[in-house]
Design a protein around this ligand. Sequence first.
Ligand code: KOT
Length: 813
Amino acid sequence: MKLTIAEFKQDYIAQIKSSTARQINETTALERYTALGEMVKEYIGNLWANTNSTYRTEQVKQIYYFSMEFLTGKFMENNLNYLGIYEIVKDGLRSLDIDIDDILEVEVDQGLGNGGLGRLAAGFLDAMSSISIPGHGCGIRYKNGLFEQRIIDGYQVEFPDRWLVNNNVWEYKRNNKAVIVKYNGHVETHMDGERLKFELVNYDAVRAVPYDTPILGFENNTVNTLRLWSAEEIDDIFDFENFSKGNYLSAFEKKHSVEIITQILYPNDAYDEGKLLRLKQEYFFVSAGIQSIFNTYKKMNVGINRFAEFVAIHINDTHPALAIPELMRILLDEEEMTWEEAWKITTQCISYTNHTIMAEALEKWPLYMLRDLLPRITMIIEEIERRFTEDLINVYHITDPNHLSAMHIIYDGMVRMAHLSIIGSHSINGVAKLHTEILKNKELKVFYDIYPERFNNKTNGIMHRHWLLNANPGLTKLIGDTIGDGFKKNPRVLRDLLKYRDDKSFLDDLFEIKHQNKENLAKYIKDKQGIVVDPYAIFDMQAKRIHEYKRQHLNILHVMHLYRQLKENPNLDIPPRVFVFAGKSAPSYYVAKQIIKLINTVGSVINNDKSIKDKLKVVFLPNYGVSLASHMIPAADVSEQISTASKEASGTGNMKFMMNGAVTLATLDGANVEIMNEVGESNIILFGLKVEEVYDYYQNGHYNAYEIYNNSPDLKAVIDELVNGYLPVPKDEFIPIADRLLRFNDEFFILKDFESYRLAQERIAEIYRDKYQWSKMSLANIACSGAFSADYTIERYATSIWNVQKKLLDFKL
Ligand code: KOT
């Protein structure tokens, strides 16, 4: 948009006065931030109104992305950049004696997600807007986002994330768009002429109120909507009768029992806890979202039969899978369609992404629980199941009872949400090529056999503009000065950087930028943790949720091994290294929490040991989230992507590190395989078991952890140190970890992969000695990372799953 510094200053001073009733020099950083937010929101508002009215009047097909999680992080910097006014605002503020960074700093992360899945959803919204796809998000406005992690005495301790305390400038509450969600009760049937009608009676009603946040596209006038639902009591008042009788607490009971639905985000990543409240959450936003889609659709006046021509609904994992029976319910019970018509529309509208094959993450609900909470929805699921089984037998001629059991939606008293999602949609996609192959050939093979045309791959992508423009301004400037700014809209042009592979002065610049980022992070580590790290050391990072399959313990065991070597030979000639860890554990995941304690305990010993001459440091940075990631990732030399092959569906942190010039240390898992194909084998460090070997071990049962332990003295030494070593903890502290590795036979092959990991780390140390060789590898990674932009991922979803067209918008601000 067009804005001069003078115009900005005038608007801003006026805004400050009207929103704070103070002179500018008397305001706090928060007030300055809020005033700027209000202004930016107004600029965006014009574009937003234009986008919405164009979609409506031109009757374009729209896609609704349903997700339990949207991990959007901060908005201000991005919005300023996307409007093209960041520099103007920065300069305008400076002339008022205000540092823009102080303002950006006070914004709190919108952390309504656990990790990759939620961040992906946020990135997809950004990409849809930025490539002009009419697409919106639908989710839950949790009052508390993912908990704040603090480390106390080496342990993770969780604190509530009250992200709304200072109000959220970006959202609009839309009372007039509220809808009712119905739970419990029972279904009565009666004949209405020829038609059997179903009616839910004696239900509990909850009011779902939407809060809309504008999602701005990059310099293209598009503003889509993220609609998050909040639960309120129907009249949003307490029970007067009880209150006037003096029963003050019970007067608020009902209100609380309703509001609790959107109170917290479940803090589990890739794990299904199976709680009733979670089921309530899932139905809550799905029902509200679909009702509101109908309300919008009806305004277009094109007839209900054409619904699938104008609406696509995507479910991010199975968490919103109730969208299938809910859409059926509305089409059957309210629109009075036949089952066949309703089913056709439903399957045409819905598409599903699978994000994990971990058995413990697959959602299953007890049938009785579902029937109690959602009686009509359960009837519909049972009918879907009945017709599906009929098809299996009559159309696909499957009669073997084991084969049938493997495919049922309802089995053993449980409702399998993945099966419902596959049966009720026209597209099922995995999130990286390898993952999709595993779905087709192994985990979901029985379904692939009958529905081959439904399965497809959509490799994940990241918000490349965030990870470059916001997180790494130094690198962004160097890229812009070298190959121009085209990469912002078309990140594949980053490949033009490959021309500079042998240009020493360019490699020097690249090295210098990385070094500056490392200096900044070193200062942050010193300020926050009191640990001094050498910015010339190799910064080796593992930042992601803590999980056994992600194998942070493989990493720390190797650190313990390096420490042993240094203790034996303090003059060992190795480049100094800083191992940085960050990530949250699910609060109830005991072993993962012990891994955090282990990292911190090992760190406390190593960091205080003068004898190793600062050659090794271990840092655990608490409260990993979008903001911390934006600080850390630009400073990484090595990106640890070391999951057990087959377990990490894709990974997206791997792509962010790569884009910022880190070299990946990887197993051939998830999107690491595609990263290897983009950069070439000489620019990635590989190690470890392959998928087939992992499956072989699981199937033939020949894995023997004790045998490996007894035959590898280096490995035995560090595992022994877990239980009777130098660590300043009670002797039994880490027995649970050691037990998983030995007594329970090492489900994730830490022992088997240890030696090859150690050798890979040795290769890294070797290569790092040669500054130019390293910088060349780093450059190759940056140059080849453009393929992993979410813009391209969304392009592929739009054409091959959703069948939605771009809508270019013209508007002069
Ligand atoms: C499952 C249940 C609850 C919450 C989260 C999950 C979940 C998260 N399942 N898979 N993921 C991750 O999704 C990312 C985005 O596709 C992948 O990159 C990552 O490999 C998955 O573990």
